[in-house]
Write a protein that binds this ligand. Sequence first.
Ligand SMILES: NC(=O)c1ccc[n+]([C@@H]2O[C@H](COP(=O)([O-])OP(=O)(O)OC[C@H]3O[C@@H](n4cnc5c(N)ncnc54)[C@H](OP(=O)(O)O)[C@@H]3O)[C@@H](O)[C@H]2O)c1
Length: 167
Amino acid sequence: MKITMIALVGKNWELGASNELLWKIPEDMRHFRETTEGHSVLMGRKTYQSIGHALPNRTNYVLTRTDSDSIFAGTDVRLIESPVLALHEAQISGEDSFFVIGGGEVYQQFLNLALPHEILLTRVPHEAESADTFFPNLDRNGLYVETSVEKLTDEADIHTYTRIDLL
Ligand SMILES: NC(=O)c1ccc[n+]([C@@H]2O[C@H](COP(=O)([O-])OP(=O)(O)OC[C@H]3O[C@@H](n4cnc5c(N)ncnc54)[C@H](OP(=O)(O)O)[C@@H]3O)[C@@H](O)[C@H]2O)c1
């Protein structure tokens, strides 16, 4: 099963502020949907609350350590207590692609464990002073190298990072 992290980041690796996204780029939303549809997605409880619902046509795993049943009553999500358990469940259900979709806390944990095979980052050349959540700085990470860059819009490029042992 291939594990991919996917995110939209600013010039200084900004991800979000006050539990909201900083930029909404229609082309990036389409890229995200087309890339993840039909597969499993994993997110932290705060990202789930920011989106406000399960993502359609995907198996939604939500990480939480607390008894947050009231937040999820009647929703189509699988609550899960650890990243490894989510991977195990997806693997035994026959999933071939597993996407980690945020937020900052969850990306950091997957990176610390070097679990992702690939990281897809849409990068925009903007800064956001209000940002309070950041993607781990990949320039300071010796395990992942940039292997391709693809234009998405005039101002946004998709950067693919690959784990070094897979090169
Ligand atoms: N730019 C992008 O591409 C992008 C993508 C996603 C999110 N975001 C932004 O990122 C921000 C949210 O990120 P965040 O770092 O604050 O929060 P987060 O990573 O979305 O969620 C953190 C929560 O996840 C649960 N959790 C984390 N690790 C866990 C573990 N190992 N085991 C069990 N539960 C675990 C905990 O929930 P409990 O407290 O319930 O225990 C924790 O409080 C928002 O601003 C959002 O808009 C941006």
